[in-house]
Design a protein around this ligand. Structure first.
Ligand code: SD4
Length: 343
């Protein structure tokens, strides 16, 4: 029923557009609550509102969505307080910070770097892989050599705080990517942090729709803390951590990468939106696949969260368990929102 209503809404708006032109259609569909808006930028996790603010500068100046997401992601990559991305990221079990990143533009072009060390802005290297090489993905030392050849310089990404956390972890050496709400609350209490301050999953996935109605996205992470050396998650995998189809929408992910890769999460969401589901419904469908595969009991102990926007600038999100949130910035200003969750 809802689907039908949405379809009718869209058909009416489309015929309006046909009759009175594109600008009126935009006005009609513009900032109406429950409907879409453009330009718009959306990021995984509320603290990434600061990254959105930077991206918004590009969008507000009628710039390209791709430039917006690259600029926006730079903020989080350079922020030592975010221990899941770039500088200050938690290292792997060998004490090495290895970063993964990708971008995708309105033409379906994409680029990615994985298992890259000592580079502050992997998202920009990913963009150059897309723009300057015949390839889509570069990994490890090859990615590093390419970055250096493009003028990037080496930066030690391991901060004293993250090194301390790693040395602390070495005492037990227990890899625990299964994060329950209870665990998070317990850790908050133990570390005397305000609830919600611990974000074991803090990867930035950012998607944007620009003034011209074009979509792009970027994703950047240092991956799961204390992962095996060489491990790569979903974030730099096109179709898993990020997907953009300029006819349909854009989606990106955060959380336990192995689960997101298994269901090709972001691409699944795009296909659901193509089939007529709203961004929120599409994200929910992806979450349902994860939960179905794992069973309820196991799913209760893992987190994966998705955000999506469609071509109209409508936003949606969904996660497996409680605790995922996201940040949005439009011409009406910034806001953050708690995602709905399934389990
Ligand atoms: C990964 N999806 O490497 C990433 C982790 C993440 O916030 O989202 N961290 O699996």
């Amino acid at each position: 029923m809802l689907q039908r209503r949405r379809f009718l809404q869209q058909s009416i708006l489309s015929s309006l557009g046909f009759l009175v032109g594109k600008e009126s259609l935009q006005a009609a569909s513009g900032n109406r609550s429950g409907y879409g808006t453009k330009p718009i930028v959306v990021s995984t996790w509320a603290p990434n509102a600061k990254a959105n603010a930077e991206a918004w500068k590009v969008l507000a100046a009628k710039g390209r969505a791709l430039d917006a997401v690259e600029k926006g992601v730079h903020v989080t990559e350079a922020d030592p307080a975010d221990q899941s991305v770039g500088y200050g990221g938690l290292p792997d079990r060998d004490g090495k910070v290895t970063v993964d990143s990708c971008v995708m533009d309105e033409f379906g072009n994409c680029g990615a770097v994985m298992y890259l060390e000592n580079i502050l802005h992997p998202v920009s290297v990913a963009r150059l892989v897309m723009e300057k090489t015949p390839h889509v993905q570069l990994v490890g030392n090859g990615a590093l050599q390419f970055a250096l050849s493009q003028g990037f310089t080496k930066t030690n990404l391991l901060t004293a705080e993250s090194e301390k956390a790693w040395r602390n972890w070495l005492k037990t050496s227990k890899y625990d990517p299964m994060i329950t709400v209870e665990n998070i609350m317990e850790r908050d209490k133990k570390e005397k942090k305000k609830p919600g301050q611990i974000h074991n999953h803090d990867t930035i996935g950012m998607i944007a729709l620009d003034h011209n109605g074009n979509l792009s996205g970027a994703c950047s992470t240092s991956g799961m803390a204390f992962k095996m050396n060489g491990r790569v998650g979903d974030s730099p995998i096109i179709g898993a951590g990020l997907y953009v189809d300029n006819e349909v929408g854009a989606a990106t992910a955060t959380g336990l990468g192995e689960e997101i890769v298994r269901i090709c999460g972001s691409h699944t969401i795009i296909e659901m939106m193509r089939a007529g589901f709203s961004p929120e419904e599409a994200c929910k469908k992806a979450v349902e696949r994860i939960v179905k595969r794992n069973g309820l009991e196991k799913a209760r102990n893992l987190q994966a969260g998705f955000i999506a926007i469609n071509k109209q600038g409508e936003v949606g999100a969904y996660s497996v368990i409680k605790g995922f949130n996201y940040a949005v910035h439009t011409s009406e200003g910034p806001y953050t929102k708690d995602s709905k969750f399934l389990v």
